[in-house]
Design a protein around this ligand. Structure first.
Ligand SMILES: O=C(O)CCC(=O)C(=O)O
Length: 271
């Protein structure tokens, strides 16, 4: 990314709480992602009660989804705000069919982060001084005014109330973006999916990121498949929070026949 573009994206996140990075995924990668999301959706329907689980931890489910943490332009923006050791907190597929109702306005970090619950002493005010997490929504379809694009309130990351402002909120807008783009936003920004009033499903990948020291939505360091981690190399150790783990070994890091840590994991030996 050229320096000026980087500066512009940074400024947008600082002022508005969001930016759109265009052309991160190719048309082929979007097509492949869409096919894989359809496959996962069909498989999930065959497993009663597993309809959501099929969409979690995408990087373990098809190689195309490994792209989401390999994109240098995106990593540059994420790491500028969250630090070099920023951690991926989850990777979810989203298919919103025609007729899907709007999701309510919310901020993220409400499961495990600082938007989850407050103490009495907080007096209803959340932490807004620093960027603690960024959500990245990959547009696998074009995001349009009619097909359920994300809507949000620019600048609302600075609104320090724990509760969203009551609707209608002045300034609420729809983020239209071409497929292959990624919407990157401060997870304090009030946002939600809009109603899909179109004729086709809207496809997306949701991939929240956190500061390394915040509790993530999914402990990816314990979930990621060994071969995925191996392909991710040094970058993977940061992205999945492996380098942030307290020193101990998982079974898959242990070379059973040799009776010792596998190459690359000696430093995590538990004595
Ligand atoms: O699907 C969307 O447009 C919004 C997703 C969302 O609200 C979230 O990831 O928290």
């Amino acid at each position: 990314m050229i320096e000026q573009d980087f500066r512009d994206h940074v400024l947008r996140v600082k002022l508005d709480g969001y930016t759109v990075l265009p052309d991160l995924l190719t048309g082929e990668e979007c097509d492949e992602s869409r096919q894989q999301l359809d496959r996962l959706s069909e498989e999930a329907e065959c497993q009663p009660g597993a309809s959501v689980g099929g969409f979690n931890n995408l990087f373990n489910k098809a190689r195309v989804f490994e792209r989401i943490y390999q994109l240098t332009d995106l990593l540059q923006v994420l790491r500028y705000f969250l630090g070099e050791d920023a951690v991926l907190s989850g990777a979810y597929g989203s298919i919103r069919p025609p007729g899907a109702k709007a999701g309510g306005l919310h901020s993220d970090g409400s499961q495990t982060g600082h938007n989850r619950i407050l103490s009495e002493a907080d007096n209803g005010r959340r932490i807004t001084s620093h960027v603690l997490g960024l959500n990245v929504i990959f547009c696998i379809s074009d995001f349009t005014r009619t097909n359920g694009a994300t809507h949000l309130i620019p600048g609302s990351f600075q609104y320090d109330s724990f509760r969203p402002p009551p609707p209608p909120v002045p300034g609420q807008m729809m983020v239209e973006a071409t497929r292959g783009s990624a919407l990157v936003f401060n997870y304090n920004t009030w946002h939600g999916a809009s109603e899909n009033r179109g004729q086709e499903s809207r496809y997306a990948i949701l991939s929240p990121w956190r500061r390394q020291w915040l509790r993530p939505e999914n402990e990816l360091s314990r979930i990621v498949d060994p071969e995925v981690l191996e392909r991710a190399g040094e970058n993977g150790k940061k992205v999945f929070g492996i380098s942030a783990l307290a020193p101990y070994l998982e079974a898959w890091q242990w070379d059973r026949p040799a009776g010792g840590p596998k190459p690359g994991w000696e430093h995590l030996r538990r004595d």
